[in-house]
Design a protein around this ligand. Structure first.
Ligand code: ADP
Length: 649
């Protein structure tokens, strides 16, 4: 078969070596998945060929029954996985097998902790793929020929999984890929028909192409008995290939015939996940449009869900059971990019392309329907299994928060799925839904109050909350980076307006329990104090005014209703964005002892210093960074000295 050509020696990328070592280690207790991975690749290769053959039937040559074969040889200690799918040319072998084509591999490797159990899980999420062969094999030989290429243009790739591989040109009569694993001495348990059949049933039953194995001989062949004696009896007949898997498209079967285990196994197979999914929804839609969706919500977010914003959705598109494309991003909005599974349409043309999908009305309506299904699936979990829902929320909540900016029509329904920390919770993670918040609103309250900050603690301790605490009004504590952005798009929920407690004018007249105003206490002279403060702080502030918000803090800064929170401005600046400088409004608490002292301060220089200090600390409490940190420290120190001197005199 092989033309004698010199094999070329190649070395792996550094990442390949690192990943291989990790994988062999991490998958030690779950070695059998190597077969699932190779079968899955073979099945993908058949899918791709079937798709390309729509445009060019000659690619199928005279071999149109796409299938996979698994064979083993106990004497040679090999397992061979073959497919007659699309195959690869030499460049593709180098690009796909010799390197890790996936973007983000480096980042992935950096995210590993060294804790084996945790890392194994991450590797599962990453998708172990072809290299899992090295978990059971100490040598892997892959021979492949791309459909449509001549027989003598095949490529053989051989590696022992340490350091590098060899590549040579060869001849292969049939198109597709053959992978021969030389099984390690401690993995010989896999050299068993019974074992291999079990693994195929377990992981690959729903592969849509037949997976074939040779029938097992019921009894060992009598070898050296007198076979010459009976010449008429033919030798033991050649073992026949038999189909091991169900090989039917799971999603086309009636729901009533599919068990949870079937759904789970199918998920693991098509989504290459290690773990069971969190939930799924399977629907057949008839009428104007005919299509089937089988959509899954995974348990864990992929490690790069939030880093790579352009990550395409994990929903595959089929047309009349023929696989068309992976990650058809048009099928899911971005905020649902964690959803996996498939859509099988009866109406789209088989030769549909990504360009056609861009403007397809059919796709738009499938997408609309799919979004509704996912949202109601999540609502169901939230209602019936709140604990499970929290798990979901912790993994994927941040993605859902992108919805108001992206999916205007569904923003309110998605907002119903949101959970936030709140001033009614004792600790971070005591989350509340917007619906629950509304139920707990105070008499007279018609707004949903929230604060954004860059941490739970900063939100929880903000001076802006004082008056709300005083009046028993709950405030949502939003401390996720996307929250401030999200609230720019979310104006109301259930007819109630959202209102930031740190922005705009506050009017709590008649809301909650009225505070008893301590009329006897002498407040600072508000009018003259306002004037004096303004004259000192006029440059740095938009306005200075007495506050309705404060009970125990001396001062706070307030922003205009449509202005970006200070901690966000800070972040944007750090990220190199131009932030239009907006000046805050300083609100002071006239009944606070510091303000009373300030009011009595007759030394104008000192008054100016103290006033600056008042503004500085209000800014700090709001998560802003001071432009003149050194000036702040200097004023602080001066104040200490002044206090010391006044206590001495
Ligand atoms: P993944 O399947 O997740 O992309 P793998 O490491 O398993 O990662 O495979 C890398 C690539 O190699 C595949 O995307 C595919 O292009 C190619 N490949 C692997 N196995 C086969 C095969 N049997 N036939 C054709 N191409 C294959």
């Amino acid at each position: 078969m092989t033309t004698e050509a010199k094999a070329e020696q190649m070395t792996f990328q550094a990442e390949v070596n690192q990943l291989l070592k990790l994988m062999i280690h991490s998958l030690y207790s779950n070695q059998e998945i190597f077969l699932r991975e190779l079968i899955s690749n073979g099945s993908d290769a058949c899918d791709k060929l079937r798709f390309e053959a729509i445009a060019d039937a000659s690619l199928l040559e005279d071999d149109s029954e796409l299938q996979l074969t698994v064979q083993y040889d106990s004497d040679a200690k090999t397992i061979t996985v073959t497919d007659n799918g699309i195959g690869m040319n030499r460049d593709e072998v180098i690009g796909n097998i010799g390197t890790i084509a996936k973007s983000g591999t480096k980042q992935f490797l950096e995210s590993l902790s060294g804790d084996q159990a945790a890392d194994a899980q991450l590797i599962g999420q990453f998708g172990v793929g072809f290299y899992s062969a090295f978990v059971v094999a100490d040598k892997v030989s892959l021979t492949t020929r791309r459909a449509g290429d001549p027989a003598d243009s095949a490529t053989r790739w051989v590696s022992d999984g340490t350091g590098g591989y060899t590549l040579e040109n060869t001849t292969k009569e049939s198109r597709g890929t053959e992978i021969v694993l030389s099984i390690k001495d401690d993995s010989t348990e896999f050299l068993s028909g019974w074992r291999l059949r079990g693994i195929i049933k377990k992981y690959s039953d729903h592969i849509t192409f037949p997976i074939m194995m040779y029938e097992e001989n019921p009894a060992p062949l009598p070898k050296d008995e007198d076979d010459a004696e009976d010449d008429k009896e033919p030798e033991t007949p050649e073992p026949q290939l038999e189909k091991i898997n169900a090989a039917s498209a799971l999603w086309t079967r009636p729901k009533s015939e599919i068990s949870d285990e079937d759904y789970q196994a199918f998920y693991k197979q098509i989504c290459h996940d290690y773990e069971d999914p969190l939930a799924w929804t399977h629907n057949r839609v008839e009428g104007n449009q005919e299509y089937t969706t089988l959509l899954y919500v995974p348990k864990k977010a992929p490690f790069d869900l939030y880093e790579s914003m352009d990550r395409a959705g994990g929903v595959k598109l089929f047309v009349q059971r023929v696989f068309i494309m992976d990650e058809a991003e048009k099928l899911m909005p971005r905020y649902l990019r964690f959803v996996r599974g498939l859509v099988d349409s009866n109406d789209l043309p088989l030769n549909v392309s990504r360009e056609i999908l861009q403007n397809s009305k059919a796709i738009e309506s499938i997408r609309g329907g799919s979004v509704k299904k996912i949202l109601s699936l999540l609502e169901g979990i939230a209602e019936k299994e709140p604990e499970k829902y929290l798990d979901f929320w912790n993994e994927f909540g941040r993605a859902l928060k992108e919805a108001p900016g992206e999916d205007f029509a569904n923003r309110e329904q998605v907002a119903g799925l949101y959970r936030f920390d709140s001033t009614k919770g004792d600790k971070p993670g005591d989350l509340v839904s917007l619906a629950d918040y509304i139920v707990r609103m105070q008499p007279g309250q018609d707004k949903i109050y929230y604060i954004t900050a860059d941490s739970y603690t900063a939100a929880k301790n903000s001076p802006h909350l004082e008056i709300f605490a005083d009046r028993g009004i709950e405030v949502l504590l939003m401390h996720d980076r996307v929250d401030e952005w999200m609230m720019g798009y979310l104006n109301e929920f259930d007819g109630k307006q959202f209102m930031s407690v740190a922005k705009g004018e506050l009017n709590l007249e008649g809301v909650g329990t009225e505070t008893k105003k301590d009329d006897d206490a002498e407040d600072a002279d508000v009018e003259s104090l306002t004037k004096r403060l303004k004259s000192v702080l006029g440059e740095r502030t938009e306005d200075v005014r007495p506050s309705q918000r404060l009970t125990s803090s001396p001062a706070c800064v307030v922003l205009g209703e449509h202005e970006m929170a200070l901690h966000m401005q800070q972040l944007m600046k750090q990220a190199g964005h131009d932030v239009p400088g907006s000046k805050p409004i300083l609100e002071f608490n006239a009944s606070h002892p510091i303000l009373k002292l300030l009011d009595q301060e007759s030394d104008e220089d000192r008054f100016a210093s103290w006033s600056e200090l008042l503004l500085d600390q209000a800014m700090l409490a709001d998560g802003a960074q001071l432009e003149d940190g050194a000036g702040f420290v200097k004023r602080m120190n001066e104040m200490f000295i002044a206090l010391h001197q006044s206590s001495e005199s």
